[in-house]
Design a protein around this ligand. Structure first.
Ligand code: NAD
Length: 365
């Protein structure tokens, strides 16, 4: 029996999470999925009840369970709160306390949505790649940092790219493990041509490769990687890169697929005693205050986040594949939430109706 903590959060978070819970119930009832679910407050919802965005009790639960599934946090009601009380602080605290160092972002282009991409249809159609971004170190955390004034009163902005071997090794291991579960192809991106941290990155990734000989490893400079991602993204399967390059490359890859309402993500940490990695799954989108309460939210990003939990936390590839196949079929039949409507193509669905269609497909299998 696996355990999952559901944190719906704010804005459209609870709306899309209601739909995910319907999908989970289906898998429990019809496919014998054994998950024990707990639910809690996070972000603004937690602030409203407890005066803080994440309580110690909720953090303790997040540390105990096999996986956390989070909706979204934030919204205009909380914009003027003190920095440490803002809903987004809950996310940062969860990532830090769970030590979620590997951020996994798939960029998968469902054929039916290929015309949404800013690239030509044949370049993105059928695209299915994953970027593994190091999340807890590198230039966003390295010291020294800050803005200083030198002797001649000139201001100097400083950030430091710093990686230890063990930080590189652990994210490389996550990426190789992921590659093993997919098509056994990994491309590591850095700038070893101009950065010592990149030289070390390449060395350590090569060392880790010795334990994963069945994976085909290649290296690419990150600037070339950016170009290749828009030139011919299907040449990649799994990409591993550092925090800064990963931030940029994963946003770039996200746009290959079209809508924000379609993008899931996972953040993985070290293995716990039971052998499962600590993990948090969440859609890439935020709380979307502009459409909250209007039944317009696309639930697919959050449903796909659950599918990632099936795949990466519960090693239930069969059910993950099944769910993704059904979503693909629903899109192929033309059902669309408003964010996916283009001209008059497609049949407009509310948040709940989109899930109804996915459940119908699951039933039909
Ligand atoms: P957003 O992702 O909430 O919305 C951007 C645009 O995409 C909006 O027009 C929204 O309507 C649309 N959109 C987002 N998700 C959608 C979905 N599932 N279906 C259909 N349309 C969708 O980003 P934002 O507007 O910059 O931020 C709003 C709030 O969310 C802010 O408070 C921000 O801090 C927070 N935020 C939270 C997270 C998170 O919880 N991980 C991430 C980003 C932003």
């Amino acid at each position: 029996m696996f355990s999952l903590l559901i944190l719906p959060g704010d804005g459209i978070g609870p709306e899309v999470m209601t739909e995910v819970k319907r999908v989970i119930s289906w898998f429990q009832d019809k496919r014998g999925l054994k998950i024990n679910i707990e639910e809690g407050l996070v972000g603004g919802a937690s602030y409203d009840k407890h005066g803080i965005p994440l309580t110690e009790e909720m953090l303790r639960k997040a540390l105990e369970v096999d996986a956390v599934l989070l909706g979204a946090v934030g919204g205009p009601d909380y914009d003027n709160l003190r920095f440490d009380l803002k809903p987004e602080r809950a996310l940062l605290k969860l990532r830090k306390e769970l030590d979620l160092f590997a951020n996994i972002r798939p960029a998968q282009c469902f054929d039916a949505l290929a015309s949404f991409s800013s690239l030509k249809k044949d370049i993105v159609s059928g695209l299915d790649i994953v970027i593994v971004r190091e999340l807890t170190s590198g230039i966003y955390f390295g010291e020294p940092r800050g803005i200083h004034t030198d002797g001649s009163n000139e201001r100097i902005g400083i950030n430091t790219q710093r990686y230890t071997e063990s930080e590189i090794r652990r994210v490389a291991i996550s990426a190789f493990e992921l590659a093993l579960k997919r098509s056994k192809k990994l491309c590591s991106m850095e700038k070893a041509n101009v950065m010592e941290s990149g030289v070390l990155w390449r060395d350590v990734v090569n060392e880790v490769h010795a334990d994963y000989k069945e994976v085909e490893l290649s290296h690419m400079y990150a600037d070339n990687g950016a170009m290749q991602l828009v030139r011919d993204p299907k040449q990649f399967d799994v990409i591993v890169t550092d925090n800064l390059f990963g931030d940029i490359l994963s946003d770039c890859a996200a746009m290959l697929t079209g809508s924000l309402g379609m993008l899931p993500s996972a953040s993985l940490g070290n293995k716990k005693v039971n052998g499962l990695p600590r993990a948090m799954y969440e859609p890439v989108h935020g709380s979307a205050p502009d459409i909250t309460g209007q039944s317009k939210a696309n639930p697919i990003a959050c449903i796909l986040s659950f599918s990632m939990a099936l795949r990466y936390s519960f090693s239930d590839l069969k059910n993950a594949d099944l769910l993704e196949r059904c979503i693909e079929k629903v899109l192929a039949k033309g059902y669309r939430t408003p964010d996916l409507m283009m001209g008059d193509n497609g049949q407009l669905c509310s948040t709940t109706e989109m899930t109804d269609k996915i459940l119908e497909e699951l039933e039909a299998i």
